[in-house]
Design a binder for this molecule. Structure first.
Ligand SMILES: C[S@@+](CC[C@H](N)C(=O)[O-])C[C@H]1O[C@@H](n2cnc3c(N)ncnc32)[C@H](O)[C@@H]1O
Length: 275
């Protein structure tokens, strides 16, 4: 496993670095915990939902794509390699970006995947720079005002006709939000999913239109989702890390149990909206 100081890879509710020194395996946000255990895909609907996102994005070779929350550049590298697009990946965490830089260099993709430290609500790009802006499992993590600022900022950097495509966490219906406190306790992060209608409203209030939505069951920590996303070898690696790391087994169990208990109440959403 890469030797970064994962204890400092902590992104708080409002996406600022938080706990840092002294953060324990019990207190880091769920996505940092899973990344430390070796999980590569940290998104609610896993690879299957990412494939739906690719379909909705309708990418063409040579297009420019901005990926918000690129993390270790897993999707950014796939976009460049599979669709022949140029990608600018942005992430708030310098630690994750250092892993991303290493991955991109190892694949020799530096000329097609550029990486930037930054936040979704203040992207370091000119107006109208991109054909597509994409984000997975990040807007959910932001407070409502910051969600709106991030989508508005994504719209700013899109060219007219450009597409915003996101993959996030949604409540299955409007009455589910009472389990939000439980969600926050399970993942130790102020995640704040929206209903399907609220997700669509976020796009339209940012001036985007032609909204298309796909949705399905969460698979982040289900046995089937883990195997599909990480492969048998990946699942063994995660299991080994969970067993050998003090406190990790109970942390993993708490998160997995929450998602299993509430699997009927949570969904992934993949949404495409056009500028
Ligand atoms: C749950 S992970 C998702 C990573 C990746 N997109 C995936 O689907 O596997 C959230 C990522 O968002 C990054 N992040 C958090 N707040 C951010 C913000 N405001 N702008 C950009 N990146 C942010 C974190 O550093 C982390 O890499």
């Amino acid at each position: 496993m890469a030797s970064v100081h994962w204890m400092t890879m902590v992104i708080a509710n409002d996406d600022e670095s938080a706990a840092g020194e002294g953060a324990s395996i019990e207190s880091v946000p769920g996505h940092v915990f899973l990344a430390k255990m070796g999980k590569k895909l940290l998104r609610p609907g896993g690879r299957r939902a990412t494939e739906e996102l690719f379909t909705l994005a309708d990418l063409k070779p040579g297009e420019r794509v901005c990926e918000i929350a690129t993390n270790r550049a897993v999707t950014a590298m796939e976009l460049a390699g599979r669709f022949g697009v140029e990608v600018d990946g942005v992430d708030a965490s310098e630690d994750f970006l250092s892993l991303a830089r290493r991955n991109v260099a190892a694949r020799g993709l530096q000329d097609r995947v550029r990486l930037h430290v930054g936040k979704g609500h203040e992207l370091p790009f000119d107006d109208g720079s991109f054909d597509v802006v994409t984000a997975e499992a990040v807007i959910t993590m932001l407070p409502l005002k910051r969600k709106a600022e991030t989508v508005t900022e994504a719209a700013r950097v899109l060219r007219p006709g450009g597409r915003l495509v996101i993959h996030e966490l949604a409540w299955a219906d409007d009455t589910e939000t009472e389990i939000q406190k439980e969600l926050v306790a399970a993942i130790r992060h102020g995640a704040n999913p929206l209903t399907m209608e609220q997700w669509k409203a976020l796009a339209t209030e940012a001036g985007l239109g032609d909204v298309t939505v796909r949705t399905g069951m969460m698979s982040l920590m289900s046995p089937r989702g883990l195997i599909r996303d990480e492969g048998i070898g990946g699942v063994c690696r995660i299991g080994f890390n969970v067993l050998r790391t003090r406190g990790a087994f109970s942390r993993f169990k708490t998160m997995a149990r929450f998602f299993r208990r509430h699997h009927q109440r949570l969904r992934y959403i993949v949404m495409c909206a056009v500028k």
